[in-house]
Each structure stands twice: as C-alpha cells, then as structure tokens.
Design a protein around this ligand. Structure first.
Ligand code: PLP
Length: 480
C-alpha cells in the first residue's frame, strides 16, 4: 500500500525496467556483440531473459519483503552484523585475504577451526567451507561419483545439482518423481536390473535429494526413501544419500541444524550441503561428510582446489551465523518463522472465500491442506492459481505493497507456474494478515470477472500493467 493508503500505480519502476529489458536490442555491427545479442534475443523471445534490478522491497520502504531468502531476517536486521563485528573484535589480528588456495597457503587456523565447529554442530566428521551452495553442488557431483556409479535424483533438485551432475563421471543418471518413494523404488529396481556392477556391489548408487525443495517448500520424506533403499538393496552398502540442506539450514532440526539432524540420520547420510546465503543471512556453504569425502572433493573437484580459499571476513560471517544459531535470540528467530507460518495458514484457511477459491482453482496453497497436523513449517509458500492468472495475482500483490515472485518454466516444469512467497522471522502478524486479505481481494475480483458482474475482463492491476505495456510495444507477462 502506498503511504497515502492508495494502491501503487502499476507497473512499478523496477517492474517496468524488467519488462523493457525483454525488448529486442539494436544489433551491433561487431560480430562478437551481435552474436551475443542474438543469443540473448532468443531468451527475450520466450520472456526468459534474466536481468538484475534492485528488488522493490529494498528500494521502496512501503513494500513488504515476502520474497527474499533472508528467512531469519538476520541480514536485514542488525543482529548478524553485530555478531559479525563481535567476531572480528575477538580476532583482531585477522588478515582480510586467505593468501592462496587451501592446498597451498590458504588453509589458515581460523578456517580450519570453523570447519571443525560447523561439522561438529551438524554431527559430521568433517566439513569443507566453499564460496557458495552452487559451488558446493558442482564440487560434490564432480568429485564423488566414480566411473561405474549411478545417480538417482529427485525430479526437482536444484539447477546447481543438475550442473554438477553434468560434470560427474557417473555412468548413468536416473530421475525419480518428486518426493515419491514408489517412483524411487522403481528407479532403484531398474538400476539393479540394468547395471551389473551395482548388482555385484562393485559400484554405487548415489541418491540426490534436498531437505526442503526451493520452489515447493515441501520436505523430503528422507526416512521413507532410506527404508526403500534398504529394502531394495537388502543390506548392501553401495547406495548412499547426498542431501542439499540449503533451505533446511536454520529452519529445521535442533537449533536449525537441518533435516538430517531432526531425523537423527547423521550416520546414514554420506554427504550434506549446508548453505549460508539463506537463513544464515550471509553467503557460502559447507560440505559435510567423512574425512574420505572431504579428501575426495579436494582432490577431484578442481573448483575447490584451484581457487583462493574463503577469506577471513567471509568465514567470520559464517561463524557469526553459527554463534547465533546456538543463541537464545537465534532460537527466537526460528520460532518466529514457525509462528508466522501458523498465522498465515490460519488466516488463509479461515477466510470465508478460501474453500470456494480452492475448489474453483482460483487460489490453492498446497501446504495449507493439512497445515494443522504439520509438525513444523517451512518458509517457502507456493501460491497456485490458474496458469493464465499467475501474473495478475503477482501484479495485484505488488500493487498492494507485497513483494513475491512469479515463477515460471524453466525454473519449474511447464504448466506448473506459481507465485513463490517466503516467510521471514521479521514479518509481522499485520503484514501477513494484510497479505492474505489482499489475496482474497483479488479472488473476489476474479470471481466478479468470471461471473461477468462488472464488465471487466482483466483484473485492475493487470489492466494498468497491460495498458502501459501496449503503449511501450511490449509483450509477455500474461498479456494476450
Ligand atoms: C536447493 C538449493 N541448493 C543450492 C543453492 C545455491 O546456493 P547459493 O546461492 O549459495 O549458491 C540454492 C539457491 O538458490 C538452492 O535453493
């Protein structure tokens, strides 16, 4: 909502910038630039061009952040900064840079101590801090599968896992349906059937899953998958799990230690990736596993060996995050996310229009169906509507002051576009209730349009955006 209580004029400045960037560019005469522009135009033609613009909630103070990964609100608040500065003060002799790659001169005592501490916190033998979660996944999948191994992966694993798997030496990669133990079982049986090295126990199956899936917010049925693996492999030791805990870190498990710790499966998972750019509010990742796993990554993933080791300030920010996870304030932040999720699901499901909106496919939030029996919530809330309305809903929420993101193919499979909303510890009850009311205000508008009640064919916020787009000669964003 604008400060005067009016809805924002649409499109907002950042949105207008994004939309304009989809317009084909004037081609340079220079072959080098022309070829690049032509390749980018192919992206523009499918409205898939990526471009960067500061998010509305960062630049406009009346916009509410329901989109960033700052789940515990440690980055936007002062708590992480204070702890980071305290960590620097506790180590006044620090050097800003690492001084080299970790295999040469870059493995300094503070990095070693932090890796040990992070590993111990999660109940792992060894840890390896790297510069990002994506780098961690590239390294794991490049280094760990040996020739003859097979990877079985959940259909919705993150793009960085796919990139990593494409670098791997694995003989075969087999997809199983998302969070589906039956499909997982079929995948394992087919691997056993077709791969004698696996059947003979001479090569391994590596299973790629995530604790919380980044576009759906649902949790991996890890114990069930392990049970299936045990049953199919009948006690053989050549099937191992690799789990990406990017969205579980700081959200699930005791003190935010993740899903594996929540389930007490520390000894059954071969490799874990914890990332720090989300709940911890900083950046980087730690690969957890045995000393053998760590050594294999250092030896076989060139991206970790031939790169400067993480610098002191970078590692100190991670250490500050771990200090907070173990503090009372840290626990309060984690509890707050759970509380905010409860408010959201309660407000949503008790709204008088919820049932009708859900039945008619105008508004559907999968985790809301059985929210009352969830032992815990995740911060990621997928909001579904009919595919042609996704942008309309996004425009409406933005015009009402709420920043979410419309997510479409290729980030999610074709036909599975949705709004992705993220809850934060720093959101307030009023913000969450207002967001839900804005959602239903839009639902009412859609009901009226579908019933032909007011003569309108397109929702108000979308109409404003589309009028502007036509005047600019733009296409896409649901404009037909
Ligand atoms: C599941 C998952 N893994 C890995 C990553 C990459 O992490 P980072 O941003 O630290 O590279 C992300 C980030 O979006 C993610 O959602």
């Amino acid at each position: 909502m604008a400060p005067n209580g009016d809805l924002e004029m649409m499109p907002t400045k950042a949105l207008a910038f994004l939309m304009r960037s989809m317009k084909p560019q004037t081609k340079s005469a220079d072959t080098f630039y022309r070829n690049l522009e032509e390749a980018l135009d192919q992206r523009r033609a499918t409205y898939n061009l990526r471009c960067v613009v500061p998010s509305e909630w960062q630049t406009m103070h009346d916009k509410v952040d329901f989109s960033s990964n700052d789940i515990l609100s440690w980055n936007s608040g002062s708590i992480l900064k204070d702890e980071f500065l305290a960590e620097l003060a506790r180590n006044p002799d620090f050097h800003p840079g690492a001084g080299g790659s970790r295999l040469l001169d870059g493995f300094y005592p503070y990095l070693e101590a932090t890796e040990r501490e992070v590993a111990a916190f999660h109940g792992a033998e060894a840890g390896l801090i790297v510069n990002s979660g994506s780098e961690a996944n590239f390294a794991v999948w490049k280094a760990i599968p040996r020739p003859g191994d097979v990877i079985a992966y959940d259909a919705l694993v993150h793009i960085s896992t796919h990139e990593g798997m494409s670098l791997s030496l694995a003989m075969e990669k087999v997809e199983f349906s998302h969070n589906n133990p039956k499909s997982f079982r079929e995948a394992l049986l087919s691997i056993l059937d077709s791969q004698p090295l696996i059947k003979q126990g001479r090569s391994c199956v590596l299973v790629a899953v995530e604790s919380v899936y980044s576009m759906d917010g649902d949790v991996c049925p890890l114990q069930e998958l392990i049970d299936v693996a045990d049953e199919v492999f009948q006690g053989r030791d050549n099937i191992k799990f690799v789990i990406d805990e990017a969205h579980g870190t700081g959200v699930l498990g005791p003190k935010g230690s993740g899903l594996v710790c929540e389930l007490g499966l520390e000894n059954q998972i071969a490799v874990r990736v914890h990332t720090f750019g989300k709940a911890l509010g900083t950046a980087g990742a730690c690969i957890l596993g045995s000393k053998t796993v760590k050594s294999a990554i250092l030896n076989f993933a060139r991206s970790t060996a031939f790169t400067t080791a993480p610098s002191f300030p970078f590692v100190a920010a991670i250490k500050a995050g771990y200090n907070l996870l173990q503090s009372e304030e840290g626990q309060q932040s984690m509890d707050c996310v759970q509380h905010m999720a409860q408010i959201f699901y309660k407000t949503l499901t008790t709204h008088p229009l919820w049932r009708k909106a859900r039945e008619e496919g105008i508004l559907w939030v999968p985790p809301a169906d059985d929210w009352e029996i969830h032992p815990f919530f995740t911060h990621i809330v997928p909001i579904w509507t009919r595919q042609r309305y996704i942008y309309w809903l996004y425009f409406h929420l933005l015009s009402a002051g709420f920043c979410t993101w419309p997510i479409e193919h290729p980030v999610v499979p074709p036909g599975q576009g949705r709004i992705r909303m993220t809850l934060h510890a720093g959101n307030t009850k009023v913000q969450i209730e207002s967001l839900v009311y804005a959602m239903f205000e839009w639902v009412e508008e859609i009901f009226a349009i579908e019933e032909g009640a007011n003569g309108a064919k397109v929702s108000r916020a979308a109409t404003e955006v589309y009028e502007w787009m036509r005047s600019e000669g733009l296409e896409g964003w649901g404009l037909v």
